[in-house]
Each structure stands twice: as structure tokens, then as C-alpha cells.
Design a protein around this ligand. Structure first.
Ligand code: FNR
Length: 362
């Protein structure tokens, strides 16, 4: 049996499963429909190998980088995910403090259990805010205004969610969503789940499926903050993202929770990187579980990665300390991977340091 002290990020999953009620664990862990994309995200990393260079002086390794001009200690950031109070009573306050202590950026979810103001007051750190757009547009305008006023440094518009993906575990468990803290007093949150997932019913009754490219211009007109688009996975959309003035794109399939059979994100990073031609940063998320995964993402042209579920598992297993441990483990693994591959700084990690399945076919 496993010792109680986890030695890698994957081991936090089992600890979280023990700590949480089944309904909550499955809400965090689950994906859409067959969960093909959920599994593919992790498996695709395992099919990429690393080509190390040797006899490089690696006595000093620098993992630091900048994101939209803000310094971070490593290219590992915290993905937006909803409802952290299901994992721990301190919820996003704990996550935010752990991210701040790790000198990295947390993207606070629109669906957080603590409000944008409460999280901002919990500690001093650079933070971005993730936005969903409701049919009632004043809700988004209100949230953007509050995020800007509370010192968030960027808006991350999630674009892969015109409707909610079909998460069958939540339907079976009749997943109950707690009140959406950030929209208290702005919209009514009474929904009829019709015996299925109350979360799905709520999201589908509020989210605006008419959201389109022209709304990015609208969003730009109501805020001075840079806007990142989260959920871009094709070169076509990456090009439009640059054209409409996005400050960055996040290659994401929502951790396999939205469109099942969309590709593993690491397999489309290069496509997006080539399309944006270095004009804006490319971030990738989905399935990052090892420092070597971060190394591979950077070798394929990403500037940084986001980590989703492992953060929630760390929070569920050990609160703020668990989140810190998860980030620290990934950082230490990345540092080791860089040393063993002969890279002393992130800019030393190049395309020639990895071999993908496509490379092997050529
Ligand atoms: C998410 N994700 C997400 N994304 C977003 O833009 N807004 C949100 O509110 C949420 N909520 C959310 C809840 C839970 C429980 C999970 C697991 C994920 C998606 C998230 O930002 C990210 O894209 C994925 O989690 C990355 O994949 P990994 O690291 O979980 O494999």
C-alpha cells in the first residue's frame, strides 16, 4: 500500500478520493461522455520522448519567466476551476495563498466559492480572472469591473463553453451546485435539475450560447485589462484570436470536460504556436502531471502551462499546504528534467529536445 506522504502529483488523486464525498471527487475528476479527451490529454504526453543534451554545466538552473510582463518563478500557473470550497472550507483563499507563496499566477474562476473581492483581500499577488458570459450581459460587465477594481491583471475569457459538456458522473450523482458566489444579487440561481445534474441545468440556463468573435471587441471596449482566450485548439481560431487583439491564447479542451473527442492539447500546441507566429504568448493546459510534461510543452513552443485537477487534489488532501506541495513537486521535477536534458534556462528548451509521434513517422 501507498505511504501517506505523496512523492508525486499523481498520488494526490488517491488522497483526494479518500478525503472527498464521491459526488465531489467525481465532479473534480470527471470529464465529458466517454472521457476520451480526458484520458488522451495525459496519454499524449507519455508518447513524447525527450532528447537530452549532455556535458552541459547545469550547476545553476533558472526556471523563472514572465507572463504579460509579470515575473513568475516557473512556467507553471494555476488553472481556473470552480467551487474550491467543496475541497476545503478555505477554498480559493487557500489556493490563492499557495499560488502567491509559490510566486506564480492563479487564474480565479468565475465560478469560485469565494468572491473576487474576498480572494483579492486574502493575499497580495498577481492574479487573473476567468470570465463566463451570461445571457444577461450586465453580469459579465459587473464582474469585469469588479475584477479590475480588485487588482486582477488580466481577463481570461473561456471560449469552449457555449453550453456545458455532458458530464455523466455529475448527472448520475445528481450533482448539486452551491450558490454562485460572484453573481449573488445579480441573477436568480433557482433552477430545476429535472432529476439530473443541477450544475448542468444551472449553467445551461445562464451561459450565453450566442457569444461570438464580435463579443471580444465588446469585452475590449469595457476593460483596459489584457484579454486571454482560453479554449483555442485550431490554427484557424488562433489566427482570428491574434486579429481581434487577444493578449494571449490558452490551448485547452477544458480538461476533457467539454467536447469529447477533441484532440489532446499537447498534440495541437505546435499548430497554434505556428499560427500566432510569436505575436502573443501561447499557454497550454490539460493533463500536466509531471515536470517532464512542462518541459515537453515548452519544447513545443508554449510559454507556460496551467495545472487544474492536481491543484484541487492537493487542496482536498492537505489544504493550502497541499496546493503548495503540488506546485513545488512540479517545479522540482521541471528543474531536474532541465538539468538532465542540459538546459539551464527556459529559453534553452528547444524543439530539438523532444521527439513526437509525428516526428517518428517522417
Ligand atoms: C475546470 N476548468 C474550468 N475552466 C474554466 O475556464 N472555468 C471554470 O470555472 C472551470 N472549472 C473547472 C472545474 C473543475 C473541477 C475542473 C477539473 C476544471 C478547466 C480548467 O481550467 C483546465 O482547463 C483543466 O482543468 C486543465 O486540465 P487538467 O490540468 O485538470 O488536466
Amino acid at each position: 500500500t501507498m505511504s501517506s506522504e505523496p512523492v508525486n502529483v499523481n498520488e494526490f488523486k488517491a488522497l483526494a478520493e479518500r478525503a472527498l464525498p464521491k459526488m465531489y471527487f467525481e465532479f473534480y475528476a470527471g470529464g465529458a461522455e466517454d472521457e476520451h479527451t480526458l484520458k488522451a490529454n495525459e496519454e499524449a504526453y507519455q508518447r513524447i520522448t525527450i532528447r537530452p543534451r549532455v556535458l552541459v554545466d547545469v550547476s545553476r538552473i533558472d526556471m523563472s519567466t514572465r507572463m504579460l510582463g509579470y515575473s513568475i518563478s516557473s512556467p507553471i500557473m494555476v488553472a481556473p476551476s470552480g467551487l474550491h470550497k467543496l475541497a476545503n472550507p478555505e477554498g480559493e483563499l487557500a489556493t490563492a495563498r499557495a499560488a502567491a507563496a509559490s510566486n506564480t499566477i492563479m487564474i480565479l474562476s468565475f465560478g469560485s466559492s469565494y468572491s473576487v473581492e474576498e480572494v483579492a483581500a486574502s493575499c497580495n499577488a498577481v492574479r487573473f480572472f476567468q470570465l463566463y458570459v451570461y445571457k444577461q450581459r450586465h453580469v459579465a460587465a459587473n464582474l469585469v469591473e469588479r475584477a479590475e477594481r480588485s487588482g486582477y491583471k488580466a481577463i481570461v475569457l473561456t471560449v469552449d463553453c457555449p453550453r456545458m459538456g455532458r458530464r455523466e458522473a455529475d448527472i448520475k450523482n445528481r450533482m448539486i451546485v452551491s450558490k454562485q458566489k460572484n453573481v449573488e444579487g445579480l441573477v436568480s440561481t433557482e433552477v430545476d435539475a429535472d432529476g439530473g445534474s443541477n450544475l448542468e441545468a444551472y449553467v445551461n440556463s445562464t451561459l450565453d450560447p450566442s457569444l461570438s468573435w464580435k463579443d471580444v471587441a465588446w469585452l475590449k471596449s469595457i476593460t483596459k485589462l489584457p484579454i486571454l482566450l482560453k479554449g483555442i485548439i485550431t490554427h484557424e481560431d488562433a489566427r482570428i484570436a491574434v486579429e481581434v487583439g487577444a493578449a494571449g491564447v490558452i490551448v485547452s479542451n477544458h480538461g476533457g470536460r467539454q467536447l469529447d473527442y477533441s484532440p489532446a492539447t499537447i498534440n495541437v500546441v505546435e499548430e497554434v504556436v505556428h499560427a500566432v507566429k510569436g505575436k502573443i504568448p501561447v499557454i497550454v493546459d490539460g493533463g500536466v502531471r509531471r515536470g517532464t510534461d512542462v518541459f515537453k510543452a515548452l519544447a513545443l513552443g508554449a510559454q507556460a502551462v496551467l495545472v487544474g485537477r492536481p491543484i484541487l487534489y492537493g487542496l482536498a488532501a492537505k489544504g493550502e499546504h497541499g496546493v503548495k506541495q503540488v506546485i513545488q513537486m512540479l517545479k522540482e521535477e521541471l528543474e531536474l528534467a532541465m538539468a538532465l536534458a542540459g538546459c539551464t534556462s527556459l529559453k534553452d528548451i528547444t524543439r530539438s529536445h523532444v521527439r513526437t509521434e509525428r516526428d517518428r513517422c517522417q
